[in-house]
Design a protein around this ligand. Structure first.
Ligand SMILES: Cc1cc2nc3c(=O)[nH]c(=O)nc-3n(C[C@H](O)[C@H](O)[C@H](O)COP(=O)(O)OP(=O)(O)OC[C@H]3O[C@@H](n4cnc5c(N)ncnc54)[C@H](O)[C@@H]3O)c2cc1C
Length: 403
């Protein structure tokens, strides 16, 4: 029997995984990549430590994912089939052992003190070569021809070819310099496929700080906070930036903030201390009230700057006033940072467009995987995990189901 000929577009983690799985099932696979080299965003992701997945209970892991109409039962099944332990075994098979950090992040064991993606990508490409996968770079997918065949542009020339199955893995719209620029959205929309607009996710949020605050506090961390948005709360650290705030709690609260007509957060600067504790610590402060109260409360310079310079705060004259502000400091946000700066994007191909194997119902034989689908998750390894899990599913289904 002749091998299935499968075209994978995009050489990010979703595309490479789909190629690997399809080739293991005997398909003849070619990966097309618009850039000069493969896996550019994966390499960028590894710069500050490649967080591959997260070690926690399966239910808690599953609860990190969101998205309009996310088919939760199927999502559960896919992540169960390709769970954190399976992902770690897959990395180990590539020669990349992993470890679990104190906060549950799963990272490659350091090589020369670094936890980058380079060794993993190098071993992965070698495995794909062994499996006979062809990789063609500088090939931009520009749409379908009149017969619904894939059209690629290379050096100003267009080529078209017929395939038994196609897997689209073109990524979202963040960090477009890595190749995933979201230009595929208009191609799929023209084919009648519903695509939710790509929006910045896992990104900083803007607020306009007074100049005095920025002069004293730009770049300073705000540690051990609890951040509230709507009925959600997340703990962690934020950083005061020129444009507003960055940090894990805001990334995790992004889906809630995006639904708020007037987005804003309330910070509890002392989540481990009650109002009564704080009042006790301040005692009977009288002279130089603000300076003495801030000193007794051991406030870091960033928190002091916020309490001192934010409009409508102070002058501080009573311990009750300071305590109330420390436990509930409201900061209005004007919006997220631009998509190009975000770590990932929310939005993408609507779930209603797929069958149970990630095949596009309107384009039989065409599958999709990775960040181009409408799911969202915070940082912490959940993004790469879902890209690899959906790549696994699409690769397996494409190799099994001829058009
Ligand atoms: C700074 C940063 C740090 C990150 N850190 C982490 C982390 O530690 N852990 C984690 O889980 N996630 C992390 N992420 C997110 C993670 O990298 C992405 O979610 C993941 O790479 C998405 O994989 P993908 O295969 O769907 O798409 P991508 O990796 O974006 O790959 C898509 C590929 O398709 C190609 N392409 C696009 N359009 C075309 C076209 N028309 N024709 C041909 N090819 C095309 C692109 O060039 C690209 O190579 C990070 C992201 C960033 C930006």
């Amino acid at each position: 029997m002749q091998a299935m000929r499968i075209c994978v577009v995009g050489s990010g983690p979703a595309g490479l995984r789909a190629a690997e799985v399809a080739a293991e099932r005997g398909a003849e696979v070619t990966v097309f990549e618009a850039k000069r080299s493969v896996g550019r965003k994966l390499l960028v992701a590894g710069r500050s430590g490649l967080n591959l997945t997260h070690d926690e209970s399966f239910e808690s892991f599953l609860g990190r994912y969101s998205g309009d109409d996310l088919p939760i039962d199927r999502w559960r099944q896919w992540l169960h089939e390709f769970d954190s332990a399976t992902l770690r075994r897959w990395a180990a098979d590539l020669g990349v052992e992993t470890f679990v950090s104190g906060s549950g992040k799963v990272l490659p064991l350091p090589v020369n003190g670094q936890m980058k993606a380079t060794p993993l990508l190098r071993h992965w490409i070698a495995r794909l070569a062994k499996l006979g996968v062809h990789i063609r770079t500088n090939q931009r997918w520009i749409g379908f021809d009149a017969d619904k065949q894939m059209l690629f542009e290379h050096g100003g020339e267009c080529t078209t070819q017929a395939w038994d199955a196609v897997i689209l893995a073109l990524g979202g719209g963040s960090w477009p310099k890595c190749g995933s620029d979201g230009s595929w959205t208009s191609i799929l929309e023209a084919a009648g496929i519903r695509v939710a607009p790509l929006r910045a996710s896992n990104c900083g949020w803007e607020t306009s700080w007074p100049a005095d605050l920025l002069r004293q506090a730009e770049g300073l961390p705000l540690k051990n906070l609890q951040v509230h948005a709507g009925d959600q709360a997340r703990s962690g650290e934020l950083t005061i930036t020129r444009y507003g705030l960055e940090g894990g709690p805001l990334y995790a609260l992004g889906p809630t903030l995006r639904t708020m007509p007037d987005p804003g957060i309330a910070i509890d600067f002392k989540p481990h201390q009650s109002k009564a504790d704080l009042l006790r610590r301040m005692g009977n402060v009288q002279r130089n009230f603000t300076r003495e109260a801030f000193r007794r409360l051991n406030l870091d310079p960033g928190t002091r700057a916020i309490l001192k310079y934010m409009p409508g705060r102070g002058p501080w004259t009573s311990s009750e006033q300071v305590t109330a502000e420390l436990k509930h400091c409201r900061i209005e946000l004007s919006g997220p940072r631009p998509l190009r700066e975000a770590i990932s994007s929310a939005g993408g191909i609507a779930w209603t467009e797929f069958d149970e194997n990630l095949m596009l119902k309107r384009l039989p034989g065409v599958y999709a995987a990775g960040e181009m689908i409408d799911w969202d998750a915070p940082t912490g390894g959940y993004l790469l995990h879902a890209c690899l899990a959906t790549g696994t599913l699409a690769g397996r289904a494409a190799a099994r189901n001829p058009k």
